[in-house]
Design a protein around this ligand. Structure first.
Ligand SMILES: Cc1cc2nc3c(=O)[nH]c(=O)nc-3n(C[C@H](O)[C@H](O)[C@H](O)COP(=O)(O)OP(=O)(O)OC[C@H]3O[C@@H](n4cnc5c(N)ncnc54)[C@H](O)[C@@H]3O)c2cc1C
Length: 809
């Protein structure tokens, strides 16, 4: 029995430590020798054991034997069943970099990767830009005027944005741009977005997909020299048009076509170029754009460029005044006034040098888009979403403090508190997620999977936070008008959800679909090997990846089961006494995720692509691991303030519970139930280890945003804050300030009422308390001032019947 125990121990420890096959085999051999010498075993038994050892271990270690005996057969079987990868899929797979998600996929994340990442930080110049021009720009914005009266930013705001480089945040200085970091870009969009969604979207587009980014990355020197200074100065207003009526999420199906031919251009005849026909819609800035980036499918039927006829998706720049281009109509997206509309082209002729990157980039449009889409997904939209979270934390918390019902601030009711908890916790998660990805971009990475995760996660959390804020504000947020600070953000939710990869698709197709292929340590290698036309090399590569993959699975089974039993208590991780347990749970969930991902791929094979409910849950697990690791990093980046710990705890417990729900959902819905049950036994042997954050923690989290404090300052840092007592949000903070100043007086009045010294409660008691000398004249004045501020803060706008003009100040 002892020797059986020793053999099992060697196998388990080798698997846990992921020892190479050879080391593992030698350890087993050493154990066998030990058994032969020390144990009282018969010669026939020893011989049998050595025969079994030789039959199993030797072929596994001798690669040529292994390849011919095992790998070849599996390789041939895979070749028959594995679906081919389309060119679009291949380009998406090739685009961007693998980043932190690969560690999460590894089952054994190396936290030193995370720890070595710098804190996101603004340079002095960037900080001055945010405190100066951005602050001033925000002061110029009147969102009601923009969205309800002018349906546009004011001409002064447009000019100010152009003059101050708002459309050139990412353009290098040599071309007249500001060349700011991704983090600064995020901070700028967040601040502007907290003042006006329409202005936020207007600024974000030229700084993300708008041709600037494409030009900087792929443009020829002539294109950069000509266009970038014009974009930097705002001489050209750009837009980028990919989507059309017949090609939304499936943009690769666009019918927009360009044909290589000779034509006339700027007075010259017989210019080699492209004749284009296209119809695009939903294009942000299109109605005012002077420079259009257009995606289309290029064909070359007369072989003027090469022997190939269908050249694939290509991107070109077209001046909006080019003959055949039709722009100027507007859509009205969700009651917001950023410019958005269709753009069409009929027989538009452009020279070849209008192709972004020149002819070398013909047909590479999809990859270019995939790589450049990252900025919109990773920076702009998450910045807008986080702005909503920060506003929710600051103003909904304040509103719940000043708004009383049943003689009690509504924030003290447990039902409302639940909403406040979500707002604060989700905001911390959003801020952490967007900050971490900006560090990746500033480090030069193009983390396509993480960008998709951040886009999806922040947009969903934004939706949650705004909905909760709406509930807590009640009618105050429903009645639209210049004093409503929530109605327009609420209407903006579906825009954030839909653009840059609609959320359902992002969750169910992109995150795991791309993530598994790109970040899994072996999957892509196996797929590439199977698709290799050189079969000999294919089998060789497949053999290497396949056996490493098998070892990986065995290791993850052992690790997951052990972590399930030990709750990963013995894993050495970074962090202090408050945080190390969360790092440990991340290790546990990472190995469980790696195992489950392999099980799903193994059980469902190619059909996993269609089983979006499964891949969506895998995406949830991966995304929540990202959010949790980002929150741990964020906490440390901000100085590990103990007062902020409740926020971190809430995010970690929420994430773990989400991961568990996702994993249990997968296990329950695998087509072979016994495999699901087995996975459940391995990963969660102690049933459900994670619970949603409890009410006690939720209470502490809600308290963070009910009153001002340093934690709330950190949580809401970076948004625009108005000192105007009549501003939509400024009036709420002003009222809160006075409510806090009069809190002691309110206690005094309540005590007096309870003791029977006052007949009235609430504001009716103020004059009585003054007359009875319970409060002084000055205190009475302060109470009246606070009361006036509260009334002003809870007021909603009224309009006359006749001219729909606002009547409130
Ligand atoms: C305000 C606004 C601004 C925009 N700005 C631009 C711009 O500047 N440039 C540009 O090119 N485009 C722009 N777009 C277009 C935007 O990117 C598209 O709206 C988006 O790609 C979705 O396309 P669709 O609206 O046609 O929805 P559809 O593609 O019809 O999708 C409808 C629903 O089906 C889901 N779905 C589709 N396929 C799948 C699948 N395989 N699996 C699961 N779910 C799926 C989607 O997630 C979505 O929920 C903008 C759109 C809006 C609304």
């Amino acid at each position: 029995m002892m020797w059986i125990g020793i053999f099992i121990f060697i196998i388990l420890v080798s698997a846990y430590l992921r020892l190479p096959l050879l080391v593992w085999s030698l350890l087993l051999a050493a154990a066998l020798v030990g058994y032969q010498i020390l144990a009282d075993a018969g010669a026939s038994q020893i011989t049998l054991l050595w025969i079994i050892y030789a039959a199993v271990i030797i072929p596994l270690n001798l690669k040529p034997v292994r390849r011919n005996l095992i790998s070849r057969a599996i390789y041939m079987a895979m070749k028959k069943i594995m679906p081919t990868i389309s060119q679009t899929e291949q380009e998406a797979l090739d685009a961007g970099d693998v980043w932190w998600e690969a560690e999460l996929f590894s089952g054994k994340p190396d936290f030193s990767f995370l720890q070595k990442l710098p804190k996101p930080k603004l340079s002095d110049e960037e900080q001055a830009f945010i405190d100066g021009p951005v602050e001033k720009f925000c002061e110029m914005l009147d969102d009601w005027q923009i969205t309800h009266i002018d349906y546009d930013l004011s001409p002064e705001a447009w000019q100010f944005a152009k003059d101050n480089g708002f459309f050139a945040l990412i353009i290098p200085k040599q071309y007249g741009g500001l060349d700011y970091s991704a983090y600064c870009h995020s901070q700028v969009v967040m601040k502007i977005g907290s003042r006006s969604g329409s202005a936020g979207v207007t600024v974000m587009v030229p700084n993300s997909l708008g041709p600037g980014k494409l030009l900087m990355t792929y443009g020829t020197e002539e294109q950069k020299d000509y266009y970038l200074p014009r974009l930097a100065k705002g001489i050209d207003i750009p837009c980028f048009a990919l989507t059309g009526p017949d090609a939304g999420s499936d943009a690769g199906a666009m019918p927009d076509a360009g044909v290589v031919c000779y034509g006339n251009h700027e007075g010259k005849e017989d210019v080699l170029g492209i004749r284009l026909n296209f119809s695009k819609r939903y294009i942000t800035l299109a109605p005012v754009a002077t420079l259009l980036g257009i995606a289309f499918k290029l064909s070359d039927p007369d072989h003027l460029l090469s022997d190939e006829v269908e050249r694939g998706i290509t991107l070109a720049l077209i001046k909006s005044d080019t003959e055949g281009v039709e722009i100027g109509q507007r859509h009205f997206p969700a009651n917001h006034a950023f410019m958005n509309g269709p753009v069409r082209g009929k027989d538009v002729f452009i020279p070849l040098d209008a192709i972004i990157g020149g002819v070398d980039y013909v047909g590479k449009g999809w990859k270019m888009l995939m790589e450049c889409l990252g900025d919109g997904r990773a920076i702009s939209l998450p910045a807008l979403g986080t702005a909503a979270g920060k506003m929710g934390s600051k103003y909904t918390g304040a509103y719940a403090h000043i708004r009383q019902q049943f003689h009690t601030p509504i924030g003290h009711f447990e039902g409302v508190e639940e909403g406040l908890t979500e707002i604060a916790g989700q905001t911390y998660a959003m801020d952490a997620a967007r900050s971490l990805v900006s560090v990746a971009l500033d480090g030069g990475a193009v983390p396509s999977v993480i960008s998709a995760i951040v886009k999806y996660q922040v947009m969903e959390r934004m939706r949650n936070v705004i909905n909760r804020s709406m509930d807590i504000h009640g009618g105050h947020a429903i009645c639209m008008g210049p004093h409503n600070h929530l109605g327009r953000p609420y209407q903006l939710i579906p825009v954030g959800i839909t653009v840059e990869g609609a959320n359902i698709l992002t969750r169910t197709m992109i995150v795991f679909g791309q993530g598994a292929m790109r970040s899994h340590p072996f999957l892509l290698k196996e797929v590439k090997a199977v698709h290799n036309d050189d079969q000999k090399q294919g089998i060789k590569d497949f053999d290497k990846a396949f056996f490493a993959h098998m070892g990986f699975i065995i290791s993850n089974v052992v690790r997951s089961f052990w972590f399930g039993l030990s709750f990963a208590k013995f894993v050495k991780t970074p962090g202090d006494k408050d945080t190390s347990r969360y790092y440990q749970q991340l290790v546990k969930m990472s190995s469980a995720f790696a195992l489950l991902a392999d099980i799903c791929v193994g059980v469902l094979g190619g059909s996993l692509k269609r089983r979006e409910k499964i891949s969506g849950r895998l995406a949830d697990a991966l995304s929540n691991m990202y959010v949790m690791s980002a929150a741990l990093k964020h906490y440390e980046n901000q100085g590990s303030h103990r007062e902020d710990l409740v926020l971190l705890q809430w995010v970690c417990e929420d994430s773990l519970s989400n991961i568990q729900t996702a994993m249990k959902g997968i296990m329950k819905n695998l087509p072979v139930p016994v495999i699901g049950a087995l996975c459940n036994f391995i990963i969660f042997p102690l049933t459900k280890p994670y619970q949603r954050p409890n009410d006690k923690l939720g209470h502490k989290v809600a308290r963070v945003i009910l009153s001002p404090g340093e934690t709330l300052d950190r949580l809401s840092a970076g948004i625009f804050s108005s000192d105007d007592k009549n501003d939509a949000s400024g009036r709420i903070t002003h009222a809160l300030d006075l409510v806090l100043k009069t809190e002691k007086l309110q206690h005094k009045l309540r005590d007096a009422f309870k003791q029977g010294r006052l007949e009235n409660r609430g504001r009716e008691a103020y004059p009585e308390a003054k007359d009875k000398n319970i409060i002084t004249e000055t205190e009475h004045t302060l109470l009246m001032e606070a009361e006036a501020a509260i009334q002003n803060a809870i007021k909603v706008d009224e309009f006359s019947f006749s001219d729909w003009k606002v009547e409130t100040p």
